[in-house]
Design a protein around this ligand. Structure first.
Ligand SMILES: [Zn+2]
Ligand SMILES: [Zn+2]
Length: 556
């Protein structure tokens, strides 16, 4: 039995990422101590074209699910999808208490209600800077800044040592919404002594600092002053500071602000519930926008990533019930391009330009700052916290390696580059990787969770790339054809103009069938396989494709 299937003892402290290390997205981190596990974050990532028909992907929690009675709780650092998005799907398998600050809890409750999953999940609200106990772990939240309200680092104190799990963060001197980062708490923790810091690597390749929401507000205020038509600001709904900025910019230029897109409304409500976005001019509904002069409108819109079902894409397709754009209007992308979305975003922007709408992105103007620490901020954090060991997470291999290098340059005695499934011993003794546990990805396919290596998906990919051929054969007990064979094709030929190919394939099939020895004709398997190969070869000769070919054999 490997050590990984045992539990950490009272003197042990282990770290085990099951998602989000070696990739950006679907975070799932585990800490083991004194017979228990603590989970930090449970997120999703978005599927790309390699997973046809699938939207979201999440870590396989199998390792911890198998010992869920030892899972003391789940702490959510903040409300981004890559940290909370898998809770609706995976919580029913884990059934552990959930801890989150009020805004994160509010966003999560809305998600659970909307999906109709895990509505009975027990969420304990913890105040900002709160201290609480989960099993043998003494936890303290330390307020940081990021691109969403209430981003928390978690200080994990155990009898075996203290870890700072940073979550996502940056050092924003002017975050606009929410509290400033808590430098005092970080320094205090350093005084106590920090064994390990498990830290955000997203921007470990970026020199300098990430910049502040305050600077973006100044820049957007100036930018919008130059436009005469309607102005759309496209950004992530979860960036509540950016939402407030857009509302203030509207106010500064005598523009009424409307929210467009479901997630804008959802996040707005969650933010208002927690006291954010107060003291702002009232919003107008998107229905009223049409009655206002074009230069008195500012629309705050989802869809900055070119998502086809989002508000902005629908507006561009003229498929939005309330809002449309005209030549002379402007769309400001107050967002970054998430890797993988380049094509969709570029298609959307081209279509806007084609329609005579001005497009402004962060390449043309200062419209966006990242929510993750650039190298100077990472160095500052290491100076404050002074951990014995740096464990970079929340990054791809390059980010983790560069981050580890930077930590060493910041006088951190040891840096360990891990990947999903590496079990790291933090205490006692040497800090080192001592085991690997199985990991994987689950995908939400329709209403089911299935492994991303499932044969269902491999087959769907084959169908997608090659099309389908379905042969129907009716034969008698001796294997003689009792009806004309049928061949139905999908995604292979144009049935209107290429019917010749079908007839040729059927001829080839009949030919091969007639060559079968009498003994073979009584075997369903032989008959089917002969028909399948004949059709497949004929189609390959004709069109150079090998469709997924199935034979439906009926024996009378
Ligand atoms: Zn994240
Ligand atoms: Zn985040």
């Amino acid at each position: 039995m490997s050590r990984a299937s045992r539990l950490a003892g009272p003197g042990d402290l282990w770290f085990l990422p099951l998602g989000g290390t070696g990739e950006i997205g679907m975070n799932l981190n585990l800490y083991g101590h004194d017979g228990a596990w603590l989970m930090i974050d449970l997120g999703i990532t978005f599927a790309d074209e390699r997973l046809p028909g699938v939207d979201i992907v999440m870590p396989d929690p199998g390792f911890i699910e198998a010992q869920k009675d030892k899972l003391a709780g789940l702490v959510l650092t903040h409300a981004h999808e890559d940290h909370i998005g898998a809770v609706p799907y995976l919580w029913p398998r884990l059934q552990c208490p959930i801890y989150a600050t009020p805004f994160t809890a509010g966003v999560l409750r809305r998600k659970l209600r909307e999906n109709g999953f895990a509505e009975d999940a027990e969420i304990t609200e913890v105040p900002m800077s709160g201290r609480f106990t989960v099993g043998p772990f003494e936890l303290e939240l330390i307020t940081l800044t990021h691109s969403i309200p209430e981003p928390n680092a978690v200080a994990i104190r155990t009898a075996a040592g203290t870890v700072l799990h940073t979550g996502d963060w940056k050092l924003d001197p002017e975050p606009l919404v929410g509290d400033d980062y808590d430098e005092v708490a970080l320094r205090r923790l350093a005084e106590e002594g920090v064994l390990a810091m498990v830290c955000d690597s997203t921007n470990a390749l970026v020199e300098g600092e990430s910049g502040s929401e305050g600077e973006v507000r100044d820049s957007l205020t100036e930018l919008v002053g130059g436009f005469e038509g309607r102005v759309v600001v496209a950004c992530f709904a979860t960036n509540v500071a950016r939402l407030e900025t857009a509302m203030r910019v509207g106010e500064a230029h005598g523009r009424h602000v409307a929210l467009v897109g479901r997630s804008m409304h959802r996040i707005y409500q969650a933010a208002r519930e927690c006291g954010y976005l107060a003291d702002l001019p009232p919003l107008v509904s998107d229905r009223d926008v049409g009655f206002l002069p074009r230069d008195e409108v500012l629309l705050l819109c989802t869809g900055s990533q070119g998502e086809p079902r989002s508000a902005l894409s629908r507006i561009v397709r003229d498929d939005h019930p309330e809002v449309s754009l005209e030549p002379g209007d402007a769309v400001i992308f107050s967002s970054r391009v998430i890797p993988g979305n380049e094509k969709a975003i570029s298609a959307l922007q081209n279509e806007l330009v084609r329609q005579g709408i001005k497009v402004v992105t962060d390449r043309d103007h200062f419209t966006h700052v990242s929510g993750h620490p650039a190298r100077d901020e990472l160095a500052q954090m290491y100076q404050w916290v002074r951990p014995q060991v740096a464990i970079p997470v929340h990054g791809e291999a390059r980010h983790l390696a560069e981050h580890a290098e930077l930590a060493r340059a910041c006088q951190v005695p040891q840096a360990i580059v891990a990947e999903n499934g590496t079990l790291i011993n933090l205490a006692p003794g040497a800090v080192e990787i001592f085991d690997h546990v199985p990991t994987g990805r689950l995908i939400l396919d329709g209403t089911r969770l299935i492994p991303d290596r499932s044969p269902v998906l491999r087959e769907r990919q084959r169908l997608l790339y090659n099309g389908v051929a379905l042969v129907t054969l009716v034969v008698d007990a001796e294997g003689a054809l009792r009806a004309e064979p049928r061949l139905a094709l999908q995604g292979v030929l144009d049935p209107e103009t290429e019917v010749e190919v079908v007839l040729e394939a059927l001829d080839a099939l009949k030919d091969d069938m007639s060559k079968l020895p009498p003994g073979a004709r009584t075997s369903d398997e032989r008959v089917s396989e002969t028909a399948r190969l004949a059709v497949r070869r004929a189609l390959f000769r004709a069109v150079g494709k090998k469709p997924v070919t199935r034979v439906h054999l009926i024996r009378l």
